[in-house]
Design a protein around this ligand. Sequence first.
Ligand code: 13P
Length: 248
Amino acid sequence: MRKFIVGNWKMNGTSADLGEMAEISAVARLHNSVDSALCIPATLIERAVAAVGAFPIGGQDCHMQNSGAHTGCVSAEMLSDAGAVLTIIGHSERRAAQHEQDSDIRAKAQAAKAAGLKAILCVGETLDEREAGMALEIVLGQVAHSLPDNAAGAWLSVAYEPVWAIGTGRVAEPADVADMHAAIRAALVGRFGAEGQKIRILYGGSMNGDNAAVLLAVPNVDGGLIGGASLTAAKFQPILAAAQASGE
Ligand code: 13P
């Protein structure tokens, strides 16, 4: 399976950063055995698409409906209309701050698919949940309840992002990542059969140029979802290089 390396810019970026996005797309083109993309603020999608050529640009969320009285929300159809080809769904920052539930995320995934977008659906436990020995149960529950029944196939990726590893510099141990990714794979195959093998499982949480090679070598780690280290071409490039090397 080709590795998938996705940058999540979160609430960062203005028109002054379009040049950096173009740099990132140029660097990504040099790593042609890796799939990559940037998920950026909705305000920048249309201009970014014009700035990066064929490089995939995505959003970071979408509403479950196409249109209507939902002040401040952006639909999957609107993302697609702006030129996005993918979107993140169910990020833990949205599960926590916007109180998104598995049922919301499931509906958002269906909306993304209906609009022709690829989706990266995030799951992950908090530190309290891990320390209570509940990490597997929490994450497999999220996988069971937030993936729609038509999830199988290459349009969907699952991102395992332990909440305590996001933005903290604290990376999950490779053995723990291996256990979690194997459990997610087993759940996907249990539900979708052989098609469940095609769903890429990304790791996210303080991935950077120093730890990417080790994390990407873990079985069932099919790529990475990268926050801070995706904001510049200089930081993103070593992750792309590690992904490229892991496939050789
Ligand atoms: P960091 O790479 O900054 O830890 O963020 C990870 C993340 O939340 C990506 O979605």
